[in-house]
Design a protein around this ligand. Structure first.
Ligand SMILES: Cc1cc2nc3c(=O)[nH]c(=O)nc-3n(C[C@H](O)[C@H](O)[C@H](O)COP(=O)(O)O)c2cc1C
Length: 142
């Protein structure tokens, strides 16, 4: 790790592009997210649908990993995973989670927190739904 601390201190970006004007934000957080997601697609960001999913199981220890957004509708944000994975076990024990999108090209992050539900068996075998409110967007606020 020698020298790395100094190098890290030199890495800094100034985020000047976007600011969050709450007056211009859609009252429906999912509709607002859809507009931002369209921005992300247009920005040619590498993986616009990649999001960090944070969970904590029965022991309360948090864990985070990347998953892909597979659907967005009135119920919330849908991703697929295995019930037998660590995240699947976490969510079975504690069905609350946070999602984070970071679109560097847009200098924008979207933070989402909410309850997680499994969608109907008819839709998928290993398919979770997180329905939540978008309450924050950086860089201006967080
Ligand atoms: C770009 C990217 C997308 C991923 N998408 C998914 C996904 O949609 N679902 C999933 O279960 N794992 C996905 N993974 C793998 C997870 O990040 C993770 O490594 C794996 O699911 C095991 O996580 P867990 O042990 O915490 O349950 C993705 C990884 C990357 C790098």
């Amino acid at each position: 790790m020698s020298g790395s601390t100094a190098d890290l201190a030199d890495i800094r970006s100034e985020y000047k592009r976007a600011s969050l004007d709450t007056a211009g934000v859609d009252a429906d957080p999912l509709r607002q997210f859809a507009a931002w997601f369209d921005d992300a697609i247009r920005s040619a960001t590498l993986e616009p649908s990649a999001m960090t999913l944070a969970t904590a199981g029965a022991d309360g220890r948090p864990a985070a990993r990347t998953v892909l957004l597979k659907a967005l509708d009135s119920r919330g944000f849908v991703f697929y995973t295995s019930f037998d994975s660590a995240k699947g076990r976490d969510l079975a024990a504690n069905p609350r989670a946070a999602l984070l999108f970071f679109w560097a090209e847009l200098e924008r992050q979207v933070r989402i927190e909410g309850d997680v539900e499994q969608v109907a068996d008819t839709e998928a075998d290993a398919y979770f739904l997180i329905s939540c409110a978008i309450y924050d967007q950086s860089p201006s606020t967080g």
